[in-house]
Design a protein around this ligand. Structure first.
Ligand code: GSH
Length: 215
């Protein structure tokens, strides 16, 4: 089994966290020729997006679908609770992440260069992102991880995106994202104590530093 990966991708990092947490035997590999739009990779994932899991010949795209597959395939340790209600709550977090929290952050990636930046886009996306962070602060549990005392797929999804939020918003002169969001601030400390998260976020940090050095 192998994961087509890019260490800087928050979606791929979501899957690496689940893989590391479960100690699953999955090779982590770059996309062919480091080009997610190459004909070779488009055969693997017609959308040309990262990550894709090659599950011994079955190509599985979309990070959350991959993580649900990993949960089915490698049930221990569990990253979904037992009860249908708690499972639904965890999936509520992952949907919130994919549909509402991540898109305004992604829209800011193209605005990083101050010379080509459109301040209207920046202001609009920062406003959207800040309201999503406020919503996340309300949604988070007060007991450790996102959905409570157990580490779940919710934490896998949110942590890599929060890595960018924490390390990137300052570049736009935005207010510190953990300020006045006590549950988010406490969760951010707690989630980084999980060895799988620590390892995957360190890889993201190294990839980000390498990208900055190459500029
Ligand atoms: N919904 C997809 C999003 C994946 C995604 O957008 N990945 C980025 C890297 S973080 C990518 O491949 N971008 C290139 C593109 O969209 O063409 C998932 O959850 O896997």
């Amino acid at each position: 089994m192998k994961l087509y990966n890019n260490n800087l991708s928050n979606f791929a990092t979501k899957c690496r966290i689940a893989i590391y947490d479960k100690g699953a035997k999955v090779d982590i590999v770059p996309v062919p020729n480091n080009d997610s739009k190459s004909p070779e990779y488009l055969k693997i994932n017609p959308l040309g997006k990262v990550p894709t899991l090659d599950a011994d010949g079955t190509m599985i795209a979309e990070s959350e679908v991959i993580n649900e597959y990993l949960e089915d395939k490698f049930p221990s340790p569990p990253l979904l609770p037992k009860s249908p209600e708690e499972r639904a709550k965890v999936r509520g977090f992952t949907r919130f992440h994919d549909l509402y929290l991540e898109p305004p952050l992604r829209a800011l990636f193209s605005q990083l260069n101050p010379k080509t930046r459109d301040e209207n886009v920046v202001n609009q996306k920062l406003t959207d992102l800040n309201s999503r962070l406020d919503q996340l602060d309300k949604m988070l549990s007060e007991t450790g991880f996102a959905n409570g005392t157990d580490f779940t797929l919710a934490d896998c999804a949110i942590a890599p995106t929060m890595f960018f939020v924490v390390n990137m918003l300052g570049m736009f002169g935005a207010k510190p994202p953990l300020e006045a969001r006590p549950k988010l601030a406490a969760w951010w400390v707690q989630v980084q104590t999980r060895p799988s998260v620590k390892k995957a976020l360190a890889e993201m940090g190294e990839a980000m530093a390498a990208m900055q050095r190459a500029r």
